[in-house]
Design a protein around this ligand. Sequence first.
Ligand code: SAH
Ligand code: SF4
Ligand code: F3S
Length: 446
Amino acid sequence: MDGVPQGTTDKTFYLETFGCQMNVHDSEKVIGTLLQEGYRQVETVEDAGLILYNTCSIRDKAEQKVFNRLNDYKKLKKQGKKFGVLGCVAQQEGAKIFERAPYVDMVCGSASYRNLPAMLVQIEAGMRATGLDDRETDECFETAFTARTNQHRGYLTIIEGCDKFCAYCVVPFTRGKERSRSSSSVLAEGRQMADLGYTEIQLLGQNVNSFHDPEGKKTFAELLTAVGEIPGIKRVRFTTSHPRDFGRDIVEAIDASPALCNHVHLPVQSGSTRVLDAMQRLYTREQYLERISWIQSARRDISITSDIIVGFPGETEAEFEETLSLLTEAEYDSVFTFKYSPRPNTPAIHLDDAIPDEEKARRLAVVNEHQRAIGLARNRKRVGLVLDVMVEGKNEARGQWIGRTAQNMTFNFVAPSGAELAVGGYVDALVTTSFPNSLVGEMVWK
Ligand code: SAH
Ligand code: SF4
Ligand code: F3S
C-alpha cells in the first residue's frame, strides 16, 4: 500500500465495491482515507464495525439490489455496526436511503469523498452523515492517500463527472459535472507511482479524452505522451474515450510513443445514425467510422474495443443490423454488450421501452456471436507473433502463466521448466494458439 499507515486502533471497516473502474479506484481512495483516519480494513462483514458499499447504478434494477442487500444486514445493526452507502446509487437515491433503510448511518456520493474524514467523526458520534451536495464542484477528489491494491499497475484519475447526457445514462446525474485535474497534478502523481515501483498507469475518466487542462498547459494527447515519458513507466492505458472528442492527435501520440499501449476503447453504442441521434451520442455512424479509419491506418497495430447497447427504444431490426455491419467494419477485438435498461432521471425513461426482453436477449446473443467470429479471426492472425507480456500470475493447475499484452488481451503461456517469473515483470511470448478473447503460447528469451 502506497505509504498509507495501517490503523492501529480497533476501528474496523469492510468495503465492497460494485461498478466500473472509476468506482474501483474511488474505493482505493476511500480505503486510503479510512486508513489515514485510523481505521483498519477487515475481510468480513462480521469483523467490521463499519460496513461500506460502493454502489453502481448503471443498469437493471441497481437500486433495488442495494436495498435488498441492506435488508440482509439489518440484523447486524443490533451488534452496534454502522453502515454507509457510497457511490452512484447513494447519489441517485439520496435521503430516500435513510427512509427505506433507517439503520444506514451514512449516504455519500462520489463527489463528496473529500468530506469523508468529517463524516466519519459524525457517524462515530452517533449522528447521520450525508454527502450529496457536491456534484457541481469544480474540483476533483485529490488525495495523497490512495491504497492501490495492485503494486505494478495502477489507476490514475484525470477527469471526473460527465457533461454528455446520453439519453439512457445515469452518470451525469450520479457523478456530476465534468471537471479535469491539472496536468501538473496528474504528472506529479504519475511520478510518485513510478517511484513506488509501478510500471503501468491507467488514466481514468468517464470520458478521458474530454480532458481539459485547467492550467491550459497540455491537450489530452500531450498529457498521454508526458505520462509515457515518466522514467520507469512502461505502459500507459486510458479509458474511456468518447468518439465525439477523439482527435487524430491521439493516434499520432500512440504511433510516436512506444510506452502508450496500442489499444483504444471507443464505445459506439449503436451502428445506426438514427439510434445514435435518439441516444444523444453527438456523432453519426460515418463520423464514428472516420475515427476508426484513423486508428486502423496507424503505423502500429492498434486494438479497438467498444460497448454496444441493443434494444434501445424504437430500435428496428434494420437498425440493429447496422450495428452488426459496423462491428464488421470496425474489426473490434472485443465488445461489451448490454441490453438497454431504463434508468431513473434519464431522458430515455420517457420513451416507450417497447422492445420485449426476449427480443433484447436475442439481439444480444446475435451481436455476441457476430463479435466472437470477428475476435477469433483477428486473433488467428496473431499466431506466430512475439508479444511483450506483463506477468499477472500463474494457473498452477494448468501449469500456465497468465499475462496481459499491451493491447489488453489475456495471454496464457508456458515458461521453460523451473523458470520462476516475477508477477509484474515483463517477458516476450510467442502466440501459438488463439481463442476469440485470449491468446495462448510460450515464453521466448529476450
Ligand atoms: N462514458 C463511457 C461509458 C460509461 S457506462 C461512454 O460514454 O462510452 C459503460 C457502458 O454501460 C456504456 O458504454 C453503455 O454501453 C452501458 N450503459 C450505460 N447506460 C446503460 C443503460 N441504461 N442500459 C444499458 N446499457 C447502458
Ligand atoms: Fe454516460 Fe454518455 Fe457520459 Fe458515457 S458519455 S458516461 S454513456 S452520459
Ligand atoms: Fe456504475 Fe457509477 Fe461507474 S453508475 S458504471 S459506478 S460511474
